[in-house]
Write a protein that binds this ligand. Structure first.
Ligand SMILES: [Zn+2]
Ligand SMILES: [Zn+2]
Length: 128
């Protein structure tokens, strides 16, 4: 498979819990069937996206791309919890493309939210 943004070769990320490929050129990550929802909750999620985000910043501006699997135009989306994360989504196969650094950003937020929830639960226990 080739990257929808820079046309470099994409390599499978070796994890049985989700299906994803990472670009050898721009370090963008492609998740099949919205599997980023699974991947972002994993403890090791951030390590998937350890890369130089400066080099890939230009690709963040490339947004008119076709799905690498369906070859259909992808939809430009923002993450519903973090509006500054722009991603491209395919509504035929539910694949999602993240630019380098965006997925790590998403996992950080998820972790922070979990901590906040835990603190709120703790507080409400004290008040009860
Ligand atoms: Zn690429
Ligand atoms: Zn697709």
């Amino acid at each position: 498979m080739h990257c929808p943004k820079c046309a470099s070769q994409m390599n499978k990320i070796d994890d049985f819990r989700f299906s994803a490929e990472k670009c050898s050129g721009c370090n963008g990550i492609w998740f099949r069937d919205s599997s980023h929802e699974i991947a972002k909750s994993l403890a090791a999620a951030k390590s998937i996206d350890e890369s130089n985000t400066n080099a890939a910043a230009a690709y963040n501006l490339v947004r008119d791309i076709d799905c690498p699997e369906c070859k259909k135009p992808m939809l430009k989306m923002v993450d519903r919890t973090q509006q500054h994360i722009e991603l491209e989504s395919c509504h035929y196969c539910d694949g999602v493309f993240f630019d380098a650094g965006e997925f790590a950003d998403l996992t950080e937020f998820t972790l922070l939210e979990r901590v906040k929830k835990a603190i709120n639960a703790f507080k409400s226990n004290i008040n009860a």
